[in-house]
Design a protein around this ligand. Structure first.
Ligand code: NCD
Length: 307
């Protein structure tokens, strides 16, 4: 099946082969961006951001502009008719009259799914509450592929807020389709992965453990995926303050890790990676952010059926 006209709401909407096609195109774009500078001429991308964002929105907008297309949207829902009480269904129906593809971030789980039901144009979920974030997963996977070659037989540590971290939920779901991936889930008791994710791992027969101690886990990891404690999803500030600095990766701790470790982070970082790690060759998170733009260029082209 081709990707033209499809929605991307969660990672499993695309098969492994379809994701490979996107990565392959992203790699071609990275090698030769000039060849793609005009391919989306005359096409319009709409960004509907009901929640703050830097990388996701800018990388989508930069991606469309670098493909020669144009961009409309809001990054502050109160500047649109949302402030007047318009529903997601009506907003997307309207946007679909003007644009060719829509990217949506929303604080409520399931909002992108609702939008997709009312949309004639492809809807991309750029994060729905604490649920899923599939384009971050494309970014993460492309980064692992470019720097490690493959996903198979890797031990992946995911550390921090595994409960509310939507990037974690999407990444695990996607990685479960590859052979020999071992998961080490590092979090405080209160921020363990949701039961539905644990069930998915069990159903897939995945090798996983849930532990508290980052330092103990470090020596075995090939990839370490650090995450921010998701302040905006907490019911009370005191819990956030108590948990926010549970894990801080610094140079001293890194001395226990493999030389070949890859440190990923979807960003924004708050305190969980000390800036003294940034100059370490294992710190991959800013290259990861850059890959996010290229993989979104490839995604936009595929969903618009351009090539
Ligand atoms: C993530 C998100 O929005 O879920 N950021 C991103 O898209 N790169 C992670 C986060 O906000 O912590």
């Amino acid at each position: 099946m081709e990707l033209k006209g499809r929605h991307l709401l969660e990672p499993l909407n695309f098969s492994v082969a379809e994701m490979d096609d996107i990565f392959e195109l992203a790699e071609r774009i990275i090698k030769n961006p000039k060849n793609y500078a005009e391919v989306c001429k005359g096409q319009l991308l709409a960004t509907l951001f009901y929640e703050p964002s830097t990388r996701t929105r800018f990388s989508f907008e930069a991606a469309m502009l670098r493909l020669g297309g144009q961009v409309i949207g809001f990054s502050e829902p109160n500047s649109s008719a949302v402030a007047k009480g318009e529903s997601i269904a009506d907003t997307i129906r309207t946007v679909a009259c003007y644009a060719d593809i829509a990217v949506m971030r929303h604080p409520k789980e399931g909002s992108a799914i609702i939008a997709s039901k009312y949309s004639d144009i492809p809807v991309v979920n750029a994060g729905d509450g604490g649920h899923q974030h599939p384009t971050q997963t494309l970014t993460d996977l492309l980064t692992i592929k470019l720097e490690k070659g493959s996903f198979e037989n890797t031990t992946v540590g995911l550390c921090g807020d595994l409960k509310f971290g939507r990037t974690v939920h999407s990444l695990i779901r996607a990685l479960l389709r590859y052979k020999g991936v071992k998961f080490v889930l590092i979090s405080p008791e209160e921020l363990k992965i949701p039961e539905y994710v644990r069930e998915e791992m069990k159903r897939a027969g995945a090798d996983f453990e849930e532990i508290l101690d980052l330092k103990a886990a470090l020596p075995n990891l090939d990839v370490l995926y650090m995450t921010r404690v998701q302040r905006e999803r907490f019911f009370n500030e005191a819990d956030y303050i108590r948990l926010k600095d549970t894990y801080i990766l610094d140079k001293a701790k890194l001395s226990h890790a493999k030389e070949s470790l890859m440190i990923l982070h979807p960003l924004p970082r708050v305190n969980e990676i000390s800036t003294d790690v940034d100059s370490d060759p294992r710190a991959t998170y800013f290259r990861q952010a850059k890959n996010g733009m290229f993989v979104r260029m490839a995604l936009i082209m595929k969903l618009l059926g351009i090539e």
